[in-house]
Design a protein. Sequence first.
Length: 617
Amino acid sequence: MTDLRERYSSLIETIVQSGLNGTVQSRSQVYDLIANEFEPATEAIFSDCLGQRINQTENQVAIPDALTQVRANRALRTLQTIQLEWQRYQAAVSAKDLVANTIFQITTAAPHDRLSILVDTLSPKQSQSMALPLLEQLARGLANVPCEPSTQNILQQYATGIEQGLNSWKAIDRHLVSWLYTPQQQSQSNAAKSPWRLWSMQPIGELPKQLFTALHHKTPLENWAADRHDFSLANWIETVLVLQRAQQGLIRWANQQPYNDQASKQLLSSLYLGFASTWVQLGQGLDRCVSLNSQNRRQFSHIALRLGLQFLQQFTQHPKFPLYGNAQHTPQNKSLCDALRYLSQPLNQLNAQAEKARILTVVGSLVVLSGKCADAEKLHQQALELAQATEDAICSIANLNHLSRIAAMQSQCSVAIEYAQRALITARQIGDAQGEANALMNLGTASARQAQLMEAPVREYEAAMDYLTEAIEKAQALGDEHCEGLCANALANLCINIGHPGEGLRWLQTGFKATTTCGDLYLQARHFTSMAEACKQVSHPGDAIYAACLGLYYFDQINWREWRQPAAVLTQLKQRLGQRFDQLLSQELAEIIRQIGAEGFAQITRRLEEYGQLENC
């Protein structure tokens, strides 16, 4: 040990003296000197020797002697070079060891475990993952492992898959987000943007190319994977590498965007749930792929399902995980709602109960947007039980609030009030401001609805008004646009119900920005339906027609039967106004079409005809 310490100190001193004499020609020369003399597993000794020499030289710099200071400063610059090259050498050795250890783990593992070990290495989020240059080294290493022919053939396919994946990923990486800034064609103006078409046009492997094409055309991936005949070990590894790098690249990009909190949460939800759904669909399809042998079918399917669940677990650990306001369901982009159908089964396999509770919370809040209140209620009940079992109070409060809102939607006011009260008490106990704001909103909404159903006098609405006023103030302070929009709509309906439609319109105006930017089509439909009723009562028939048309359209887009409410407003106005109704409609038509398109207006016309037939039954 002493000999080694003296040897390292002598090496450092030699380099320092060479630096003082001007004979050190480059940093790479210093690197080579370190590499030639260093003994494995002695990092601490070398670092200690270098640290002592640096401290000694720094002390010399402080000596008030000009000649000593000049010489010490020159020596210190050389020592800093040694330190940098030592760090570079350590990184290189560490990388070499990582590659060697990975190859050792793969080659010594049981045959059915090798692919899983490799995939963990490919994942950019795993602790043992590798940077791209190291993956290139890994591919070369796997291709040159001396072993029996059958194993060598598999390792060669691993190497080929990694090389193909790296080439394909480099082509995709150049266009990772450029699709967001490409103008859409007129025929696609109402379609949600996606990267799939642009990515499929890049010089990438055939399997990822076909996968992106299928995603672009919204082909069910379960069927796509089950019917393919070109799956191989190499192109499956290529596809895994490309898809994992793409999803993490988009997540990293999304985290860097200057969006407000609500928009950021919605974007992240879309990415996480969309990619998780892709993995799960692939896994379920691969399990039925008859072109694969039983071992590959089982392995490929297991890996895809596992990657989907891992991605969901990463989602729950994100600081912007959205327990509220998951309002991404749009008529043009139904990938998230499709995700719900595919994620339900693998979620049952997730052992991490706390993460499962949070995922079910998001799933439930998305299901309710499709009008499936009973299904959403079951999901939130399950999430509530898991959250309580794992003592995740914030998640418990969120699910109590979601259950309260679902009950209020179904006019189960007593149930809604009970859930909201439980959420409010717990939120105040632990200081959950967002949970408190949503609980107050639910309590006010349910109380107002209960008073309306009981045809209670105006004074019975005062408590509901107080709850909602406090809730909207808290929501605005928190920047919770979804809660703010719900509060504004509830306050507007309350005012309309007690005979103050003008005040209701003012509340709708207050919450308009929050309502339209939070992305909840149900809330937007309610907003315009309330506006139509208020405008009808204050004798603004043109505005009432415009608002009722939009309310009907948005309800119809999310398949809610409540489209009949704005349809009733339009029917009443037509009966009351006669020919003037058509004149007012023609005046509003240009703006209506600008908002929802000609096809959207045609759908309104069809629904009104259907409503007329229902009325005549």
